[in-house]
Design a protein around this ligand. Structure first.
Ligand code: SAM
Length: 293
């Protein structure tokens, strides 16, 4: 039989940049032209019909809304930083999640947005400018070289969205689902390299002394970049006082059952949820009650 590609038509999602526009005004403006509604799970996220073309829309051009997928919009929401916190975005460019953090913090407190690649750091600066956030410091450098006991020793939360294979999203998705594709085609060496960096970066994040919450996320569907990375740092996480928490408990799809505790992890499926993402949340024991400080 002929191969039938799965239906991956997805709605168009936009996140309202609440630093510039409130959700009701965005609904009103967009509602003049499109069928639009609020997402049932993520605050400030709106859902429009598939293929809605917004790239020249005035609200996009002036940074009032950002076209951003649902799974991608979950990540900063899971970190849930409070206004006034100091937050480190470890691998930031192009900055969609950075400016989401700024909106959640209502522009109060400080975000350090680290990015290794020079050209991508420029794109990050453009995103920050467009968002209107005044509390983001762009740091062009290697997250692994940031001294946890140095000038950023006071950060309360870290968002770690490192380079990954991208196997859960767009371009590679159909390719990866083709039945003829076998594990022989997977570039094991590349995956191993990515996983080694991801583990190092997550262990580094876990070593910041004042951190209460860490989110680790990828747009990959590979166990080696997801559950295996989390599992490998669990002894360190435990000895540093962290435990896994359950982001969006109402979400059905959890981590692959490959270690005890993987039910805390969140996965989205590249076909059924239209993009494949992975999210893990580490919380410092005892910090849950005073998360408002
Ligand atoms: N969080 C971003 C967003 O939502 O817009 C996407 C981040 S992308 C998946 C990963 C980024 O990490 C890339 O821009 C890459 O250049 C950067 N990166 C890779 N290694 C890094 C390192 N050691 N330190 C800082 N940034 C790094």
């Amino acid at each position: 039989a002929l191969y039938q590609p799965p239906d991956i038509t997805k709605p168009c999602y936009v996140r309202v940049n609440t630093l510039k526009l409130d959700v009701d005004s965005a609904l009103h403006e967009l509602g003049k032209q499109f069928k639009v509604q609020k997402d049932d799970m993520i605050p400030h996220l709106l859902v429009l019909p598939p293929h809605t073309d917004l790239h020249n829309h005035s609200l996009v051009l002036n940074g009032s809304i950002f076209v951003q997928g649902k799974a991608s919009s979950m990540v900063a929401a899971v970190l849930d930083p409070k206004p006034g916190w100091e937050v480190l975005d470890a691998c930031s460019a192009p900055g969609n999640k950075t400016v989401h953090l700024a909106a959640l913090m209502k522009g109060k407190g400080k975000i350090i947005a680290c990015e290794l690649n020079k050209d991508r750091a420029k794109r990050l600066e453009d995103t920050v400018r467009l968002s209107g956030a005044a509390n983001i410091e762009v740091l062009h450098g290697d997250f692994l070289n940031i001294d946890p006991k140095g000038p950023f020793s006071k950060v309360s939360a870290i968002l770690l969205d490192p380079s990954c294979s991208g196997s859960g999203t767009a371009a590679q998705r159909l390719d990866h689902l083709l039945p003829s594709r076998t594990t022989d085609f997977v570039d094991t060496e590349r995956l191993n390299k990515l996983a080694a960096f991801q583990k190092k970066a997550l262990a580094h994040a876990l070593s910041f002394p004042a951190v209460k919450r860490i989110v680790y996320s990828t747009c990959s569907v590979n166990q080696i970049e997801n559950e295996d990375v989390v599992n490998s740092v669990l002894p360190l996480a435990t000895s540093n006082g962290f435990q896994l928490a359950t982001p969006f408990p109402q979400w059905q799809r959890r981590g692959l059952p490959v270690f005890e505790g993987s039910e805390h992890l969140l996965r989205t499926d590249p076909v059924e949820d239209k993009e494949g993402f992975f999210i893990a949340l580490f919380v410092k024991k005892g910090s849950e009650k005073n998360s408002e400080e």
